[in-house]
Structures are given as structure tokens and as C-alpha cells.
Design a protein around this ligand. Structure first.
Ligand SMILES: C[S@@+](CC[C@H](N)C(=O)[O-])C[C@H]1O[C@@H](n2cnc3c(N)ncnc32)[C@H](O)[C@@H]1O
Length: 223
């Protein structure tokens, strides 16, 4: 009896500890399996509304720059970003969902581009392979990130003064904002400006391209 109890009292906490360790501390908000999500992300209606070429051109990316496409999904922006940085530049297409990485790689191959590197990130760290990122680009992503302040601080650690973060996302102040019934998925440009300030970035340009989304460029200042 004693042996049985001893065995149980050791086994149960060990089992619980293993279970707790296997559950990620954070998750993404509003996520779904990559294969399902890809259908939505690549729908003609969505792609037609994104103004992809306009957005990329307004960021004024220079040839040779390093751009991190954070939460790249299927890579709809990774390809035009890679064309903007040219053969001497690099796009780091980061995803927390491994299922998207082969889709990004296939898109790059089909486009004949070898300057897109897909990267498996973590929920609070994009795990970038280099810390000379010139532009960190978030398109339709920040409202899916759980620990936004922590994530932005970590991204900032891969960037030098003068580098830029770009956010295009839905504004909770607009009447037809998606996820309107999920308060945890709503963000405003004012909130983002606050998180950016804590990460060492100031608003350098606000672009008036969309009605329901904000499109803001932030620049890292010397601290
Ligand atoms: C709505 S999709 C947008 C994809 C792409 N940026 C686009 O506009 O087509 C949001 C993406 O963010 C990714 N994501 C969510 N949290 C993330 C995190 N912490 N780090 C990197 N990617 C994340 C999701 O896996 C998903 O692919």
C-alpha cells in the first residue's frame, strides 16, 4: 500500500508537470489551421482589397535592405517585398504556424526569388537569424498577437536606430471592424503608438490609404 501511494504521489505531479510544460504559455488570437486559413488569406476578394503594390511602394524600401514580414501567412506580401529589396536584399518571412512555411517557400520558388527566407517564430520572439533588420512589417497581424508589447520589444531588439516598423491593421474605432465581438482582438492606432514608444519607436508617417485600417510607419530613435 505504502509503495503504491509513493508511486502515485511521484507519478501524478510528474505527469501534471509534463502536461503544463507541453501547453504553450501563449497562443495566437483567432488562429486556425494553416490550410484552412490559406483559403481565406488568398481569396480573390481579400487580395483585391489589400492594395499590395501600393502599400509596398509607400513604405519606400531600398534595394539591399533586410525586411521582416512578421506573420507572413502564405506570403502574399513577402514576394512584392522581396522584389522591392532586390537581389542584394533579404525578406525574412516569419510565421508561428509551421504549416505556412512550405507555402511561403513555394511562392518564392514560383516567383523565381531566392531572397526570401522562411523562419519559424515563437509567440513572443520571431527568432530572426540576424539583427540588422531595416523594416519590420506587420500586415493584418498585430491584433492576432497575444503579448503585443512584449513582441514589439523583442522585434525592436533586432533593429538599430533609424530602422522602421510598419503596421497595417484594423482600427477598433471604425464601425465595421472585424472581430468586433472579441475585445481581446481589437487594437487602435493610439494603443500601437504607446507600445511602439515603449519599444523606442516614434510615429514617422501616417498613410491615409484605407478607411477601416490604419497604416503607420514608426522609426526607431537613438536612446
Ligand atoms: C490574418 S493572417 C495575415 C497574414 C499575412 N500577413 C497577410 O496579410 O496575408 C495573421 C497571421 O499572423 C500569424 N501570427 C499570429 N501570431 C503570430 C506571432 N506571434 N508571430 C508571428 N506570426 C503570428 C498567424 O499565423 C497568421 O498567419
Amino acid at each position: 500500500m505504502r509503495r503504491f501511494l509513493n508511486a502515485g504521489s511521484v507519478a501524478l505531479p510528474t505527469f501534471l508537470m509534463a502536461l503544463v510544460a507541453s501547453v504553450p504559455l501563449y497562443a495566437q488570437l483567432g488562429g486556425r489551421p494553416a490550410e484552412q486559413w490559406a483559403i481565406v488569406l488568398e481569396s480573390g476578394r481579400r487580395l483585391g482589397s489589400l492594395e499590395i503594390e501600393n502599400v509596398v511602394s509607400l513604405i519606400e524600401i531600398q534595394q539591399g535592405q533586410v525586411v521582416a514580414d512578421l506573420g507572413a501567412g502564405t506570403g502574399v506580401f513577402s514576394v512584392p517585398l522581396a522584389r522591392a529589396v532586390g537581389a542584394t536584399g533579404t525578406v525574412l518571412a516569419v510565421e508561428v504556424d509551421q504549416g505556412f512555411l512550405p507555402m511561403i517557400d513555394a511562392k518564392a520558388r514560383e516567383a523565381g526569388l531566392d531572397n526570401i527566407q522562411s523562419v519559424l517564430g515563437e509567440f513572443t520572439d520571431p527568432n530572426l537569424p540576424r539583427s540588422d533588420v531595416d523594416v519590420a512589417f506587420f500586415h493584418d497581424v498585430l491584433h492576432h498577437i497575444d503579448q503585443r508589447q512584449e513582441y514589439l520589444m523583442t522585434v525592436a531588439s533586432y533593429m538599430a536606430p533609424g530602422s522602421r516598423m510598419v503596421v497595417v491593421d484594423y482600427d477598433m474605432n471604425q464601425p465595421r471592424v472585424p472581430h468586433g465581438n472579441q475585445p481581446e482582438m481589437l487594437i487602435s492606432p493610439e494603443q500601437v503608438a504607446g507600445w511602439m514608444a515603449n519599444a523606442g519607436f516614434v510615429v514617422s508617417r501616417e498613410l491615409d490609404l484605407f478607411e477601416e485600417k490604419f497604416f503607420v510607419i514608426y522609426t526607431k530613435v537613438d536612446q
